[in-house]
Design a protein around this ligand. Structure first.
Ligand code: IFM
Length: 441
């Protein structure tokens, strides 16, 4: 099975890449790395499938040359990776020379292979000592994050192709402080409101720090989910609009318009920190690009529970191993609507797109035709948006390797490359081979 279009259907300077994150692949139990709130979350019974954690993961820390060879050999232009705050600063405040050296080596290894390093500064492994101080609930996190940004980018900034401060602010804030599914596992509206605001304030501070260091090509990475009303009723439409406001517009509107959507403020405003409106100058620090992570849509129904008074219901479309509906049109919808409402001519990148599937190696390879079909269908929507004038400049597949899928442990496999978590052997799947054929032609 192969792709239904050619590499040449995209402009010459269109970036193809693949993405990973530190805690999900590196292994954390060495190199002077500090404890993270994910280690604490996983150690609490019931939070993570089989209580799995990232202490070994894919052992990318020791195997990165082999992994970067895979990125290069596939023909990717760029590699989106993240830096672990707790490796760079084990207590969140004090630099760890071993950690800085690791990211130095990793960066040079990308450049040696002709790969553009696209860094994310925070992909969820908050150092435990900062979590002890309230983590994202504490406004001081903006200062801590600014210091961390300064430390790591003073060392690496000269070699980065692009940098984004925070991966998926909705997950950092809502998923982790209101829904309780990710570390620190809170279900607390006040904590969630604080985190929703502080994550954007920290983003803005980090952008300012990097501008002062002279860095360019700075962006943001938002995860978006298309909200579909479960039926035609006004109540379902209002619930879907609330979901859309909390999930999508809070972050896009905060960064690009300098205000929060009314449907989300309805529930969150009483819990926001004092003088939150004064922070938008920082939050709106100008960007060079905007990254969208897109996986699925959700069907939303009203619910008699307190605000936000909604629930997700099962949708009719085919689903991935995550149980997420496959809805490629949502990517087109987001590319066009984001450009129209928020970003205009600013370059857009799809910084993550991919699917989990349950394949396992059989003799003759790891066959994942459903992943090829998924990527093909989503890239077709990217081409459609570009034909309609949306300035899309790149696309990153999530993920290079099967890895630690957070609260779902190692069971959900997103990789282009299969990882045997006993032996840590890497084996390219047929999706990796199909992409290699596409990108090298
Ligand atoms: O694995 C995650 C990643 O860490 C962030 N974006 C979504 C992926 C799949 O759930």
């Amino acid at each position: 099975m192969s792709f239904s279009f050619q590499h040449s259907d995209f402009p010459d300077d269109f970036l193809f890449g693949t993405a990973t994150s530190a805690y999900q692949i590196e292994g954390h139990g060495f190199g002077g790395a500090g404890r993270t709130h994910w280690d604490d979350f996983a150690a609490t019974p019931g939070n993570v499938v089989r209580a799995e954690h990232g202490q070994r993961a894919c052992d990318h820390y020791h195997r990165y040359p082999q992994d970067l060879d895979l990125v290069r050999d596939a023909g990717f232009d760029a590699y989106r990776f993240s830096l672990s705050w707790a490796r760079v600063m084990p207590d969140g405040r004090t630099p760890n020379p071993e950690g800085l050296d690791f990211y130095d080596r990793l960066t040079d290894a990308m450049l040696e292979r002709g790969l553009k390093p696209c860094a994310t500064l925070y992909h969820w492994e908050l150092p435990s000592p900062l979590a002890d101080l309230g983590g994202w609930r504490n406004r001081d996190i903006a200062d801590w994050f600014a210091d961390y940004t300064h430390t790591i980018m003073s060392r690496l900034g000269d070699r980065m192709y692009s940098v984004a401060p925070i991966n998926e602010p909705w997950c950092v804030a809502w998923l982790s402080h209101f829904l309780g599914h990710h570390a620190p596992g809170l279900r607390d509206i006040r904590a969630a409101a604080r985190a929703m605001h502080h994550v954007l304030l920290s983003h803005g501070r980090a952008i300012q720090v990097m501008r002062d260091l002279g860095l360019t090509n700075l962006g943001s990475v938002f995860n978006l989910e298309w909200a579909t009303p479960a039926d035609d009723s006004p109540a379902a439409q209002a619930a879907a609009a609330r979901y859309d406001a909390i999930y999508n517009h809070w972050f896009l509107s905060g960064v690009f318009k300098g205000h929060y959507p009314a449907q989300a403020l309805d529930g969150l405003e009483p819990h926001l920190p004092a003088n939150w409106q004064d922070d938008f100058t920082t939050i709106q620090s100008p960007l060079d690009w905007c990254g969208l992570n897109y996986y699925t849509r959700k069907c939303i129904a009203p619910d008699p529970s307190p605000w936000p008074a909604l629930r997700e219901v099962d949708g009719p479309l085919p689903k991935t191993q995550m149980g997420w509906e496959i809805y490629p049109e949502g990517l087109y919808n987001f590319l066009t609507s984001t450009a129209k409402t928020y970003t205009g001519d600013l370059p857009l990148l799809i910084t993550e797109n991919g699917m989990a599937s349950a394949e396992s190696p059989i003799s003759g390879g790891v066959h994942d035709p459903e992943r090829i079909a998924f990527l093909d269908a989503h890239l077709a929507q990217v081409l459609r948006a570009m034909r309609d004038g949306v300035p899309v400049q790149g696309y990153f597949v999530w993920s290079l390797l099967d890895n630690y899928e957070w609260a779902l442990g190692y069971e959900k496999r997103f990789g282009l490359v299969h990882v045997d978590f006993e032996t840590l052997e890497r084996q390219p799947k047929s999706s990796y081979l199909a992409l290699t054929e596409l990108l090298n032609r």
